[in-house]
Ligand binder design. Structure first.
Ligand SMILES: [Zn+2]
Length: 350
């Protein structure tokens, strides 16, 4: 056995070339994470893996040929936008392939038993990208591509794909809506972009029951998120017994995030990571692959990412106990939503 760290990150400085100073999803997000890791001398506790660009064939495991060619064409002719929220640069094609490739590098490192946990710090993010369209700052669905290839190449039959980004992971939901091999569970703010993610979206055909949305009102705090794990996510994992855990780990539920209204503190992120690790240790020999999605308050994003890495890596790093509001006034009772999700879940009622 080597003494190499069992936890890693995947990133590439070429991702800085897809950026826009007037947009919240810009290169400084990744730079802030990397400089905080450097400042705390944490690179020694991680394996840093470089991504290889994904191939068009790999992207095509989730996205349609027509959409892939459309994006390529837009980048070739230097179109400034993919959709009104999603900018493009002349480098965006290459960077999007690198971001998707990073997700694959992370997945393979875990599936090949080189690491227990790997966090792909790819940009642009991915979870809003649907098979035939990009949106919400996302070009290709990095996580969904990694999940689809994990199913095929490693013959997996049960991936628990958790999405705790504050926005609904509509792209990932769509990619696996008919597929019972991926149990997709999204905790998100509602109402919020992109407007999907209702309780009654439970999957279709063979996938019925394998899509679980937990749409919480803005204002929810750590205790509400903890309750979704206790009452929904852990019982679902006990029924499903995943072979691999994937997480769309965006940190825009952080209480100071400018794009959302949740009240999560660093302890809240630590708890989500802890609960996820327990599920992974219990069922999947620890195998966990995380993908960076949102998170737009730079100090909060970098602190949250490192807090999550510390939980998975078992580092003795104190959790930053900055004061977060426990919860703000809400127009809807989150407990009622949690009960409604439980009632709607086919898997929990088996
Ligand atoms: Zn988000």
């Amino acid at each position: 056995m080597s003494n190499k760290p069992q936890i890693g990150i995947v990133y590439h400085s070429d991702c800085f070339m897809h950026t826009n100073d007037n947009h919240p999803e810009r290169k400084e997000r990744l730079q802030a994470i990397l400089s905080q890791l450097e400042k705390e001398n944490l690179f020694s506790k991680l394996q840093s893996l470089p991504p290889a660009p994904a191939t068009a064939e790999e992207i095509g495991m989730v996205h349609t040929k027509q959409y892939i060619e459309y994006v390529h064409g837009l980048c070739e002719r230097r179109a400034p936008y993919l959709d009104p929220d999603t900018y493009l640069t002349p480098h965006s094609w290459d960077v999007a392939l690198l971001s998707a490739g990073g997700a694959l590098t992370a997945m393979r490192a875990v599936m090949d038993n080189k690491l227990k946990t790997c966090y792909s710090l790819g940009r642009p993010p991915g979870h809003h990208a649907e098979p035939n369209r990009g949106m919400g700052f996302c070009i290709f669905n990095n996580g969904a591509i990694a999940a689809r290839i994990a199913l095929e190449d490693y013959k997996l039959s049960r991936i628990l794909f958790l999405d705790w980004d504050v926005h609904h992971g509509n792209g990932t939901q769509k990619a696996f809506y008919h597929d019972p091999r991926v149990l997709f569970v999204s905790i998100h703010q509602s109402p919020a972009f992109p407007g999907t993610g209702h309780i009654n979206e439970i999957g279709e055909g063979e996938g019925q029951g394998y899509n679980v949305n937990i749409p919480l009102p803005p204002g929810c705090g750590d205790s509400h998120y903890a309750k979704t794990f206790e009452e929904i996510i852990i019982p679902l994992a006990d029924k499903f017994q995943p072979e691999l855990i994937m997480v769309s780990a965006g940190q825009d539920a952080y209480h100071e995030d400018p794009l959302a209204g949740m009240c999560i503190s660093f302890e809240g992120f630590a708890n989500m990571a802890r609960q996820t690790k327990q599920i992974a240790d219990k069922y999947a020999n620890g195998k966990t692959v995380l993908f960076l999605e949102g998170g737009y308050q730079l100090q909060g994003l970098s602190e949250a990412v490192i807090t999550i890495l510390a939980e998975f890596g078992g580092w003795k790093r104190p959790i930053n106990n900055e004061s977060a509001p426990n919860a703000a006034p809400m127009y809807e009772d989150p407990d009622e939503i949690i009960q409604a999700v439980k009632k709607a879940s086919i898997l929990l009622n088996l």
